[in-house]
Design a protein around this ligand. Structure first.
Ligand code: MN3
Length: 199
C-alpha cells in the first residue's frame, strides 16, 4: 500500500493562537502532503515499493544515490511524529517517570529546556531539534534538513520542526519566540512519556 498522509490528531485551529490554522493548512496539507506524494512517486516500481516508512528510511540512509528517497521518507516520518508531539493546552513540565528521567539525565528540567532551546535556535537553516534516547540516556540533538534519530541508532521521543515553514506565517523571523511557545504552550508530554515507556 502506498504511503498515506496521516490525519492531524486535532482540528486545524486547535493550536491557535500559538500555531495558526493557516500554518497547519500549509504545513500539513501542502508541505507534509508533498513529501508523501514525492516518496510514492520515487519508490513506485522499485524494490522499496510496499516497504514501511521505517524500512525505507533504514534501507537508503547513507546512500547518496538515494538521497531523494531518504529526504522525502524522513520528512514524512518527521512530520507525522511532530504533529503528535503537539496539543492544545500542552507545554509546561512533565511528571512521573519522564520527569524523573529528565532530572537524572540533564540535572534538572530547566537544564533540558536550555539545551532544547539552544538546539532549535542554533540549527543553521532548516532542520529539527530532538529529545532522544540513546544507549539508555536522554539526549538533546539537532539534525539538518530531513535527517532523523532513526538513521543514527537513536529513539526519538520529541521533535520540534525549525524549518521556516513551521513558524514563518505566525512568527516571521522570530524563531526563538516559536521555540519558547512550543515549550511553554504546545508540547504533548503524554506523547513523550509514552514514547519513553515504549523504548
Ligand atoms: Mn515542516
Amino acid at each position: 500500500m502506498a504511503h498515506q498522509l496521516p490525519e492531524l490528531p486535532y482540528a486545524l485551529d486547535a493550536l491557535e493562537p500559538h500555531i495558526s490554522r493557516a500554518t497547519l493548512e500549509f504545513h500539513h496539507g501542502k508541505h507534509h502532503n508533498a513529501y508523501v506524494t514525492n516518496l510514492n512517486n520515487l519508490v513506485a516500481g522499485s524494490e522499496l515499493e510496499g516497504k514501511s516508512l521505517e524500512e525505507t528510511i533504514l534501507a537508503v540512509a547513507g546512500d547518496a544515490s538515494k538521497a531523494g528517497v531518504f529526504n522525502n521518507a524522513a520528512q514524512v516520518w518527521n512530520h507525522s511524529f511532530y504533529w503528535q508531539g503537539l496539543k492544545a493546552g500542552g507545554g509546561g513540565s512533565p511528571s512521573g517517570a519522564l520527569a524523573e528521567k529528565i532530572n537524572a539525565d540533564f540535572g534538572s528540567f530547566e537544564a533540558f529546556v536550555e539545551q532544547f532551546k539552544a538546539a532549535g535556535a542554533t540549527q543553521f537553516g532548516s532542520g529539527w531539534a530532538w529529545l532522544v534516547l540513546e544507549d539508555g540516556a536522554l539526549k538533546v540533538t539537532k539534525t539538518a534538513n530531513a535527517d532523523l534519530p532513526l538513521a543514527h541508532g537513536q529513539t526519538a521521543l520529541l521533535t520540534m520542526d525549525v524549518w521556516e515553514h513551521a513558524y514563518y506565517l505566525d512568527y516571521q523571523n522570530r524563531r526563538p519566540d516559536y521555540i519558547t511557545t512550543f515549550l511553554d504552550k504546545l508540547v504533548n508530554w503524554d506523547f513523550v512519556a509514552a514514547n519513553l515507556a515504549a523504548a
